[in-house]
Design a protein around this ligand. Sequence first.
Ligand code: PHE
Length: 389
Amino acid sequence: MNLRLLTTAAAIALFTLAGCSKSDSGDKPTEAATIKIGQIASMTGKEATFGQQVDDGIKLAIEEINNAGGLLGKKVELITEDTQSQTPPTKTAMEKLVSKDQVVAVIGEVASSRSMAAAPIAERGKVTLLSPASTNSNVTLDKDGKTLGYVYRICFIDPFQGTVMAKFASENLKAKNIAVLKDNANDYSVGLAKNFTETFTKNGGTIVEEQAYEGGQTDFKAQLTAIKAKNPEAIFVPGYYTEVSLIAQQARELGIKAPLLGGDGWDSPVLTQGAAKEALEGSFFSNHYSEQDTSAVVLEFIKRFKAKYNETPGAMSALGYDAMNIIAKVIKDGGKADAESIAKGLATLKDYPGVTGKITIDAQHNANKPAVVLQIKDGKYSYYSTIAP
Ligand code: PHE
């Protein structure tokens, strides 16, 4: 992992250097020799595995596209900007891709809060932003609730994901009393907590305690002590893996035995490292894909991914792969590699056979597709069920 991180960092450094020397040379701009696709991704920082996994998926797709002759006679070139898992660098990254690099589309971000920070820049610069994984319902909307023309996603949204886990809690776990522990500094977490609560209480369940933390925090004992006092049957923790991993360990230290429930933000090879492996045993979360899926498209993807990286792909690699292949498809089908044509192609995408399911983009620029529920068993994600919208 560390070696991998270092290699990635070195590659970015080299790339940045190469980029600088080119733009400093003062050459007259000619027609682009490549089709430039941008990426904003958390390659470093608190959610580094999100960015790294998406990046792996995108690069595999680009390698395949270029090996097959590229798009409209040109090679695809990826320009990745690191958001460092933070909002301010996300805006700088997006500005650079839109203004300086003049990419035709940008893939990213994973975190909803960061996609929401980049969205107005995409809209203003008229460059399509395609999020592979941001699930908060507001990502594709402006503040008045109108759909943004240049912002799309290929994943389901949290009103659906929240319903999936709430129904799972009532129907499969037969739980009546649940506690919620959310990240107040994270739009995804706040939204998913609300979506879960709405469905769970509508179906007769009770939220016996709601507690909050702020992403980056490392001590959750006060919140967990308050939760323990209410003796819930499960705790819904719609956060990101870095905090969830610590929350699980501290919950067990305090003697809480209830399983934790969560959403896609748990997905990371780091989630179950160390003592978190035992702490999370038996817990459940919803996600976009299962590596145990035996459909032909998933098997083929896993085979190709393993051949390149010698690793089993996580959900975000699958989403990155789908996002890049969908952009390639709309460029090909539209016969043009400009933002306008790409946006139009995405708006009308129907039944695309993705690794993460069949993808159709709706009027709010969201994808309607099933979610999977996974259970953590021996530190691995074991497929439990698929739930359609
Ligand atoms: N859905 C999360 C968000 O919107 C991001 C995420 C997606 C994390 C997929 C992990 C896996 O913030």
